[in-house]
Design a protein around this ligand. Structure first.
Ligand code: HEM
Ligand code: HEM
Ligand SMILES: [Fe+2]
Length: 482
């Protein structure tokens, strides 16, 4: 294994990790696409005739958020392959199949993106659902791709389950496996076809809400637990006990918390009470996660072997708490949601939560991967160039995101006040709010901070490609007691 320090060498990676870096690289490409299409969509808010009938807003927005879902999922798949052999103490079972599926899935994603970009205008027919667009926000991919996705994830599940079964089961492994089953199982709810829009929305939220507020949270709790052991050397006993507590709280509040999406779509009234109550509890596990991260960092006197990773893990703990917990809580009670529903409040929270909870931890894993790929290179303090690239990029990305989030919140306030409170949700009120100078200014600031975010992204790519390149020191490994 001893290769030249600082040189990219696939001999430094185990089988699962070689596959993981393929997922990570594709994830970064899609992240880039997300940023690009976000900037174009944001510009169209300011200049509505920009690219009209060439690259319409609905298409750009769709590519923006689908690229996000796919790159985050690629990051998760990669992270699981990353930890699999080490955690199970066994090489990945069915790795060849896993590799094949990577290429099949990636080709399918490329075709779907091309169809999104070039084939979205025309009559909607039964066949459109199969070939062009399924019409459900975030998971618009046509039915053929859905089936491909299900096959891919079943293969993935087989890889993970078989590896743990042949190797050893750990607490992390067990939770992960059950979570994957739930995560992929509920994807099926998004393929259910009905002409009744209330029923359609009812099931669609099973995918969207139960993903991000239940199964994805548990997924990152698992990868966070592993990362804390590797980077800080926290004891397995401690991270696993936290993991069980967090998972119980997460599922306990998140599953019925789905009711906060059932206020206005034609579902029975009891959802007001159930949704309001359980979703209000959702921030509790997120607080536990922050406490957990800080506690571990403190107990180890922040002696960590990978500074960029640790910084992104801390960003994850806080981003999850503020973006999902606080920003979600702000509009989760029906009395408030009546005014904020579907305004830029939602977009403000959506950006903060997806970035804060999920983009962050994926980036943390990208840094873990680069460190190993370059031969367990030194990535603690005192890096060459004082680590300016990763520090500036984490700064610009987070500041850019928080700036966008605040800008959207201002616009959202204007909408709630004018469109809802004053004008009583009329069509005229909708336009009055959108024309209000404060709304428009918010949209400008969103774009300006978006550019800042994009600069941070470019720096991130540059840093990931070069970090540790000229380094000669090797990493001092944090040893985690079992
Ligand atoms: C990481 C976890 C989370 C993510 C990624 C996330 C993301 C999102 C997104 C993207 C939307 C907009 C959906 C749409 O297009 O209509 C949304 C809506 C919403 N979220 Fe979250 N969320 C998270 C956690 C939470 C939590 C913990 C709460 C409550 C405490 C919450 C409360 C809400 C509410 C009430 C809405 C509906 C907004 C509306 O009525 O327009 N979210 N969330
Ligand atoms: C360059 C930075 C970005 C810009 C300019 C941007 C812009 C936009 C715009 C204009 C929309 C459509 C909003 C609407 O329909 O009213 C949107 C939606 C969305 N974006 Fe971004 N975005 C950026 C980065 C990101 C990032 C990094 C994430 C998450 C990791 C993200 C997540 C989302 C989500 C979840 C939605 C749907 C929100 C909802 O339906 O409520 N965006 N973005
Ligand atoms: Fe939700």
């Amino acid at each position: 294994m001893a290769a030249t320090i600082g040189k990219l060498d696939s001999a430094n990676l185990n089988g699962g990790q070689k596959l993981a870096v393929k997922y990570f690289i594709t994830a970064m490409v899609l992240f880039g696409a997300q940023v690009l299409f976000g900037l174009i969509s944001g510009l169209q808010y300011l200049k509505p005739d920009l690219f009209y009938e060439v690259l319409d807003f609905n298409v750009n927005r769709m590519v923006h958020i689908n690229a996000m879902i796919v790159w985050l999922l690629y990051g998760f798949l990669g992270s699981v392959y990353w930890i699999l052999e080490d955690e199970a103490q066994h090489e990945v079972v069915g790795l060849k199949l896993g590799n094949l599926i990577f290429w099949v899935l990636t080709a399918a994603v490329a075709v779907v993106v091309l169809v999104f970009l070039f084939v979205q205008v025309g009559p909607g027919k039964e066949s459109s659902i199969w070939l062009i667009n399924e019409g459900r926000e975030y998971i618009e991919a046509p039915r053929w791709a859905d089936i491909g996705i299900v096959v891919s994830v079943l293969t993935f599940f087989y890889n993970v389950a078989a590896t743990f079964s042949k190797g050893r089961y750990t607490g992390i492994g067990g939770v992960l496996l059950l979570d994957l089953l739930a995560l992929f199982g509920i994807y099926l709810a998004g393929m259910f076809y009905t002409t009744n829009i209330s029923i359609d929305q009812y099931w669609w939220w099973w995918v969207i809400h139960l993903w991000v507020e239940a199964t994805w949270e548990v997924m990152v709790a698992c990868t966070m637990a592993y990362a804390l052991m590797k980077v800080l050397g926290v004891r397995r006993k401690i991270v696993e006990i936290w993991l069980y507590i967090e998972v119980a709280l997460m599922f306990g509040s998140g599953i019925l918390g789905i009711g906060h999406h059932y206020f206005w779509i034609g579902t029975p009234e009891y959802w007001f009470t159930i949704g309001g109550f359980f979703s209000a509890l959702e921030p509790i596990p997120l607080v536990a996660m922050v406490v957990h991260a800080i506690f571990d960092a403190g107990a180890n006197k922040i002696k960590n072997s990978n500074h960029p990773t640790m910084a992104w893990l801390i960003a994850h703990a806080f981003g999850n708490f503020f973006g999902a917990g606080v920003w979600g809580f702000m509009h989760t009670l029906p009395q408030i949601n009546l005014y904020t529903h579907g305004t830029q409040w939602s977009a403000s929270h959506g950006h903060f939560a997806f970035f804060g909870a999920y983009a962050t931890i994926n980036i943390a894993y990208f840094y873990i991967a680069m460190q190993q790929w370059r031969g367990k290179v030194w990535m603690a303090g005192d890096q060459i160039g004082n680590g300016w690239k990763w520090k500036w990029s984490i700064g610009l990305l987070n500041l850019g995101m928080v700036g966008m989030v605040m800008a959207m919140l201002v616009s959202g306030y204007v909408q709630s006040q004018i469109e809802r409170a004053i004008e009583g949700s009329t069509w005229a009120g909708y336009f009055a709010a959108q024309a209000h100078p404060w709304f428009v200014q918010g949209m400008w600031w969103r774009e300006i901070f978006g550019v800042m975010f994009a600069v941070g992204f470019v720096l991130l790519v540059w840093d990931l490609m070069t970090v540790g390149k000229h380094e000669t020191r090797s990493m001092v490994e944090a040893k985690s007691a079992e």
